[in-house]
Ligand binder design. Structure first.
Ligand SMILES: Nc1ncnc2c1ncn2[C@@H]1O[C@H](COP(=O)(O)OP(=O)(O)OP(=O)(O)O)[C@@H](O)[C@H]1O
Length: 287
């Protein structure tokens, strides 16, 4: 069953809304004055972001704006300065595995699943602790832990749990990768171009999946697909040359002259062109 087909009317957590939906006790990510340099080049240059649980935040901006580097900095893959706090705990300076243990997970532009293993085995490995491959292989379906069964339903792959990941459709691989973060109990999910290369139907289903998981988590989506952003973002931060140049609702950023300038230079453009398109990049370079 596809994720989109699984929306329930009872016990459905509140969906994402701008500013978050979980009140004072919610998880959050607070980024202050974040900077990343590569040989003196400031790829990320003094970025502040406040990301609340229940706010489905999109990070957009032309190619090279620094979006992926911000995700790399949050997850410890590149050295950064400044502060990144996850619910009060400082992340900058911690190692990749320590950051993952804090509940911060990410996906990559190309899905990184174990192609030779089944969907269930991939989720089992991601869930990790104490589950040997042997236990996993001998286990009967009834013994699948509840948390993994729930995630299989959430990502729409319950009927594919014995399918090898390598033969899944492109979209299903991305959903599996998101599922691998969910079984690790990641409360902050950083998704790098999750719908790149997907069909229209897969995009819609992915958006619905993000809505379902985004109500209870902090979800940040780096995306070039403007239609997808308009359909599912509850808030948007726009980056250009390593800096946040605008932030707000979809309507607010689309109406922002700085954003229009970074893209094609007209109001119509930011409403229609995919960000990062050749025209948009040419325009950004002319600034
Ligand atoms: N490891 C690296 N070494 C040197 N420069 C890098 C490295 N990683 C990224 N950069 C540079 O940093 C800048 C920001 O790159 P980044 O990938 O974060 O941009 P982006 O906004 O994610 O772009 P895109 O939308 O094209 O993925 C670019 O100029 C890029 O060339």
């Amino acid at each position: 069953m596809s994720p989109a087909a699984q929306t329930t009317t009872t016990d459905t957590p509140p969906g994402p809304i701008a500013g978050g939906n979980a009140g004072m006790d919610s998880e959050y990510l607070q980024i202050r004055n974040l900077a990343v340099q590569f040989d003196g080049f400031r790829a990320v240059d003094g970025v502040d972001l406040t990301l609340m649980q229940g706010d489905l935040r999109f990070l957009i901006g032309p190619n090279g704006a620094g979006k992926t580097t911000i995700i790399d900095a949050i997850t410890g893959l590149v050295k950064a300065t400044g502060s990144i706090q996850k619910s009060g705990v400082e992340v900058v300076g911690k190692k990749v595995h320590q950051i993952a243990r804090l509940g911060i997970g990410r996906t990559f532009q190309t899905a990184s699943v174990f192609e030779e293993l089944t969907v269930l085995q991939n989720l089992d490995i991601a869930a990790g602790a104490g589950r040997s491959v042997w236990t996993m292989l001998r286990r009967r379906p009834a013994q699948i832990p509840d948390d993994i069964l729930e995630v299989l339903e959430t990502i729409g792959l319950a009927d594919h749990r014995e399918t090898k990941a390598g033969v899944l459709a492109h979209g299903q691989k991305q959903w599996l990768e998101i599922g691998m973060l969910l079984v690790q109990n990641a409360s902050v999910l950083l998704l790098d171009e999750p719908v790149a290369g997907m069909s229209g139907e897969e995009r819609e289903e992915t958006g619905q999946l993000l809505r379902r998981i985004g109500g209870e988590r902090t979800v940040v989506v780096v995306e070039h697909d403007m239609d997808f952003m308009r359909s599912f973002a509850t808030s948007v931060s726009v980056l250009a040359r390593g800096k946040v140049i605008a932030e707000g609702s979809v309507a607010q950023v689309q109406a922002n002259p700085k954003v229009q300038e970074v893209y094609l230079g007209t109001a119509a453009a930011v409403g229609s062109a995919p960000v990062g398109s050749a025209d948009a990049d040419a325009s950004a370079e002319k600034e």
